[in-house]
Write a protein that binds this ligand. Sequence first.
Ligand code: IDP
Ligand code: MG
Length: 135
Amino acid sequence: MDSTFFMCKPDAVERGLIGEIIARLERRGLVLVRGELRIIDEATAKAHYAEHDGKSFFDDLVSFITRSPVFVAEVAGPKDTWSVVRTMMGATDPAKAAPGTIRGDLAIDIAENLVHGSDSAEAAARELALFFSEQ
Ligand code: IDP
Ligand code: MG
């Protein structure tokens, strides 16, 4: 099995959408290997989103992702799981995300776009280590 890192962001947890979102992944044939509710601290948030440091939305992004619990998860599938999950998430801007995707069906605001998924095999390994290294 091939694992990726996945997160239901604070807006998803606040809106009671964890079950809906994880159910979509499970119906597709992906497996929830582990997952838990957790408040992300500022240092972890900044490390996770380091590629966006310096962008106009960076401070708001760190505030958003740390404001209330997220559901962090390891999700596995047969092959290229990160890519399967990214396709199911839809475009970063939910207003442009295709119907049938998580963002395209359940969100409208680019800042509060419900989910995070690793964008490469390397990112999946890095993010799984960042969030699950102690377990
Ligand atoms: P991704 O989540 O689809 O990989 P990224 O470009 O990596 O998208 O951006 C990370 C997160 O930063 C997005 O999911 C979104 O929450 C936020 N974000 C990205 N672009 C914007 C923007 O233009 N305005 C506000 N927030 C943004
Ligand atoms: Mg990204």
